[in-house]
Design a protein. Structure first.
Length: 273
C-alpha cells in the first residue's frame, strides 16, 4: 500500500484525507492517505524524511506552498507561474517533482461541474495574494474578454498583473475604483471570508446574470456568497468544488487515473452539513 499525505500547519481541518479515501475506493486503488502536521520551520527536512521513508506523494497546504516550490527538484510550468507548489511526487530517478493544481481545479469546477463560461466574459478577481496567483494562469487560458485584479494595496495588484501580461489582457485596480464598473464573473480570492469579512464592493458590481465564486468554502454561505446573492448574482459558488477538483488532479498525477469528482463533492458537502 503506497503512502500519500497532506502536510500543513495547521492541518487538522483538512478534508483531503476523506477526499482521497473516496477517490481510492472509487478507482480501486490501494493507498493510504493521512494529514501530517509539519513544524513551521524545517519543511524541507520533514518532506525529505517522508519521501526517504517510502512516501509517494504529498499535497501541500498553508503555509508551506512556497517552501515546497523551493524543495522540488523540478517544477511544472504552471507551478512556476503560480510561484507555489501544492503537489509533490517522486519519479523513478528519485527526483521530487512539484506541481500546482489549484488553477485547473477552479476552472474544471466552473466549466465541467457547472457548465460556466469564462471565454469572452469580463472577469474580476478580488485579492492579490497566493491564492489568486495560483489560479490566474488557468483563468487566462480560457481567454476572458478582460481580467481585472482588485486589491486594497493597488501596487500589489499591479505587480501581479504585470507578471501575467504574457497570458492576455490583465489589469489592476483598487476597490474604490470599482465604482461604476460591471463584471460578468467575480471571483473572491481574498482572505476576508476567513475572518467573516468582505471587501468593500459597490452594489452595482454584478452585470445581469453575473456569476460569483468564492475560493473559500464553509458549512453555510460565506460573507461574499451572501453579498453576491443579495446583489442579484445569477449563480453563486464556493470553493468546495475547486478543492475536490484540485485533489483529483493530484490523484491523477500520482496514480494516472482520473476519479469522478461530482459524487465526492456531494459526499464532502453532506459531511459539512
Amino acid at each position: 500500500m503506497e503512502r500519500y499525505a497532506v502536510v500543513g500547519n495547521p492541518v487538522g481541518h483538512s478534508k483531503s484525507p476523506q477526499i482521497h479515501a473516496a477517490f481510492a475506493r472509487q478507482t480501486g486503488q490501494s493507498i493510504s492517505y493521512e494529514a501530517l502536521l509539519a513544524p513551521l520551520e524545517g519543511f524541507a527536512d520533514y518532506a525529505r524524511d517522508f519521501f526517504n521513508s517510502g512516501g509517494k506523494g504529498l499535497n501541500v497546504t498553508v503555509p508551506f506552498k512556497l517552501d515546497a516550490f523551493q524543495f522540488a527538484d523540478q517544477c511544472s510550468a504552471r507551478s512556476r507561474n503560480a510561484g507555489a507548489v501544492n503537489t509533490l511526487s517522486i519519479d523513478q530517478n528519485n527526483k521530487i517533482l512539484g506541481d500546482n493544481t489549484d488553477g485547473v481545479g477552479l476552472v474544471r469546477d466552473i466549466l465541467s461541474n457547472h457548465q460556466g463560461i469564462i471565454r469572452n466574459r469580463r472577469v474580476l478577481v478580488l485579492g492579490a495574494g497566493g491564492a489568486v496567483r495560483g489560479v490566474l494562469e488557468m483563468l487566462m487560458r480560457e481567454q476572458p474578454a478582460q481580467l481585472t485584479i482588485a486589491n486594497r494595496t493597488v501596487a500589489k495588484a499591479e505587480q501581479l498583473a504585470a507578471s501575467f501580461t504574457d497570458c492576455g489582457p490583465v489589469s489592476a485596480t483598487s476597490f474604490a475604483e470599482l465604482e461604476g464598473e460591471r463584471y460578468d464573473f467575480v471571483i473572491n480570492g481574498t482572505s476576508a471570508s476567513l475572518q467573516g469579512d468582505l471587501p468593500p464592493l459597490p452594489s452595482s458590481l454584478l452585470a445581469p446574470g453575473a456569476w460569483s465564486y468564492d475560493l473559500m468554502y464553509a458549512r453555510a454561505d460565506t460573507p461574499f456568497t451572501s453579498w453576491a446573492k443579495a446583489h442579484g448574482a445569477g449563480k453563486t459558488l464556493d470553493g468546495l468544488g475547486m478543492l475536490v477538483e484540485q485533489a483529483a488532479e493530484s490523484f491523477f498525477i500520482w496514480r494516472q487515473i482520473r476519479p469522478e469528482t461530482l459524487p465526492v463533492i456531494q459526499l464532502i458537502r453532506e459531511q459539512l452539513q
